[in-house]
Design a protein around this ligand. Sequence first.
Ligand SMILES: *Cc1c(COP(=O)(O)O)cnc(C)c1O
Length: 394
Amino acid sequence: MKLETLAVHAGDRKKLGDYVPVTTPIYGASSYVYDRTEDLDRVFADEKQGQTYARYGSPTTNALEEQVAALEGAEFAQASASGMASLHLALLAALTDRRRSIVAANVLFGQSFSLLMKVLEPTGVSVRFADPCDIAAFEAVVAEEKPACVLVETVSNPLLRVPPLDKVVEIARKHNALTVVDATFTTPILLRPMALGADFVVHSSTKYLAGHGDVLGGLLATRTEFRQVVQTLSRTLGNTMAPFEAYLTMRGVKTLALRLERQCQNACRVASALKDHPRVERVHFPGDPLHPDADAIRRLFPKNLFGGMVSFTIKDAGREQVFRFNDALRLVVRATSLGDVHTLISYPVIASHRELAPKHRERLGIGENLLRLSVGIEAAEDIIADLEQALDQC
Ligand SMILES: *Cc1c(COP(=O)(O)O)cnc(C)c1O
């Protein structure tokens, strides 16, 4: 079945008795009772399917997990309280019984970088960074380090580079490393990393999967072989997604394909309007035929879908002009997040990349005049008109 179909059906309509709710309800219970203690014993022993205690999951989170696993073409998925919690689980699972070493992309979501440097490294995990868009250099580091896993994002933030994920997976396998992919920016609609041979796929479902700016969450999809270790870690760390959050996320996922298609179309139109504006210096957009990773994009993404993210620089603008531009926006929402139904704008030097030294930011190509848009599902004309009137004022 196609993803659009799976998104609206997978996980739902479990029989409760002689009736079936069309959508999975919110099960808020913290624990579950059985007629026979023997059954509870068997569920605890993982010999029988069932529920025991909310930290272990609920029918609502299980339904979401089934839905997302279906979309990712994965055998198993685990929902967590946030994208960071899911990434933490994935890395701990990938390190279990293996060399305590990770090779990560040199550009990562800010907190992912902190997770590596402030949480994992102090516990004795060796962490090295390499640029996955320079695949030869990336392989050299993997060959030398022989890590337990590599960690990459499908699209980098905020410059929207697209590493050749097929080649990254190939290199990881060749050197006996697992691949952990943060696919938050692409969603299964643009890219399914498991089909390329990745071992763990992580989403901040706060973003596109839930999509309405109203719920924090994370999903981890993987193979059966890692089910036990992921479940044990999740149950022990207690970062389980709560049932209400699972309910909202599942509801969001049902319209993911529709939303993302519209977001992709709108992003193409916004990118092209920005390119034509005299105040705009440069537009970063995966749909640009001159994008530095055009080959990988052509191989990995479906035709005419390039994601809903667009970054751009304003000509000769410093902080003051960027603040003026931002404050002049009337429709576009100035908030840190992405993937929502409404268009969002973020200013990386004061938000996601605030902690980096200006010199380091400069080296990464993140200047004071760079802005990042997450294009929503509004009418493209309205988004463009708002950006243009704000650009005219700065
Ligand atoms: C937001 C984000 C995260 C973290 O997700 P939370 O749900 O905020 O914990 C991780 N990776 C990427 C690429 C993100 O955009």
